[in-house]
Design a protein around this ligand. Structure first.
Ligand code: NAP
Ligand code: ZN
Ligand code: ZN
Length: 350
């Protein structure tokens, strides 16, 4: 074991404070990564505040959040073949899985039916709690490490590891591309990178945001249209017009209203995870053979594909770097949508 420094929530809803903990010594296939930047995903807040306790197992405290990790390899185990010291690498939402179930074998480790080991707030195969990226370093098996695009800056790449793949995977699965009308609901951390990706994939992109405040940004990011959902006119104007809606909103909104915006056969994919259940009427679906679906991050293979795609198209996230001492303030600002569009912690401040 060796000591690692970070910031942790010691109990649910407590402010994050400096925290020292143990990381395992690198095993044969492990990569040791010095963390340079870690994005602040809204999920970190949900988990640190134990907001999903109705759906998940009890959160594990102390909790070191963070699953948008970008850094540099500082050491490798004797059996590592994919990475070497100095490589620019990333770690996303999980650091291991069973590797044997049909999902793991087909590159869908995020849906492992046996045991996905999440990057934090989880236990590894030995039962040891995992600690995330709000820290100085992490030790991860090479098969769960991603290669970051050489030409892109580390800070602006970090959020691709969760926000990027969470939008890329459903955009690819539901075939966003030329001739498809795609809407992104919520222009936050997930939404803003979703607009860039959908645009780069060739789709016609509409942003549905609760006001028009971010309109100029939306257009700059690649949106063809931008509408405020606070304006009832938006829902009559766009009725029956969209092939695909990706809903990133973290709060309770009326999904039925959005389903009515789909064409016949269209799909709305939920990626946002509000705390409470939202009722869906059967007629909202049957009337247009519409689908309501969900999607969770992406597997290792697809995450690498997304990173390579971003490297090719020069896609990064719009970030505001903060010192880790400002983490609690940053959580509050995320809750107020007061960030354009993702905070990343500059780990040099630790
Ligand atoms: P975020 O940066 O806070 O963005 C959420 C956006 O939703 C806001 O920018 C805002 O956009 C909109 N919004 C927030 N409150 C709203 C309200 N009361 N009414 C209407 N719109 C509201 O969060 P994020 O990091 O993108 O994460 C979004 C959600 O996705 C979270 O629930 C997170 O846990 C979840 N998530 C899921 C996955 C997955 O794999 N499925 C992965 C990562 C995160 P506008 O200002 O444009 O309206
Ligand atoms: Zn996340
Ligand atoms: Zn598995």
């Amino acid at each position: 074991m060796s000591k690692s420094k970070g910031y942790a929530a010691l109990t649910a809803k407590a402010a994050l404070v400096p925290y020292t903990f143990d990381r395992r010594e690198p095993r044969t296939h492990d990569v040791v990564i010095e963390i340079k930047y870690c994005g602040i995903c809204h999920t970190d807040i949900h988990q640190a505040r134990n907001e999903w306790n109705a759906y998940l197992e009890e959160s594990i405290f102390p909790m070191v959040p963070g699953h948008e990790i970008a850094g540099v390899v500082t050491a490798v185990g004797g059996g590592v073949t994919k990475y070497k010291v100095g490589d620019k690498v990333g770690v996303g939402c999980f650091v291991d899985s069973c590797r044997a179930c049909p999902e793991c074998r087909s590159g869908l480790e995020q849906y492992c039916t046996v045991h996905t080991v999440w990057t934090y707030n989880a236990r590894d195969h030995e039962g040891v709690p995992t600690y995330g990226g709000y820290s100085d370093r992490i030790v991860v098996d090479e098969n769960y490490v991603l290669r970051l695009p050489q030409a892109l800056p580390l800070d602006a790449c970090a959020p691709l590891l969760c926000a990027g793949i969470t939008l890329y995977s459903p955009l690819r699965h539901w075939q966003a591309g030329p001739g498809k009308k795609v809407a992104v609901v919520g222009l936050g951390g997930l939404g803003h990178v979703g607009v860039k990706l959908a645009h780069a994939l060739g789709a016609e992109v509409t942003v549905l945001s609760h006001s028009l405040k971010k309109q100029a940004d939306g257009k700059r990011l690649g949106a063809d249209q931008f509408y405020a959902t606070s304006d009832p006119e938006t829902f009559s104007r766009l009725k029956g017009s969209l092939d695909l809606i990706i809903n990133t909103v973290s709060a309770q909104i009326d999904w039925n209203q959005y389903l009515a915006l789909l064409k016949v056969g269209g799909t709305m994919v939920l990626v946002g995870l509000p705390e409470k259940n939202i009722p869906v009427g059967a007629f909202a679906l049957t009337g247009g053979r519409r689908s309501l679906a969900g999607s969770q991050i992406g597997g290792i293979r697809e995450t690498q594909e997304m990173l390579d795609f971003c490297g090719k198209h020069g896609i990064t996230c719009d970030v505001e770097a903060i010192p880790i001492q400002k983490i609690n303030e940053a959580f509050e600002r995320v809750l107020k949508s007061d960030v354009r569009y993702r905070f990343v912690i500059d780990m040099a401040s630790l």
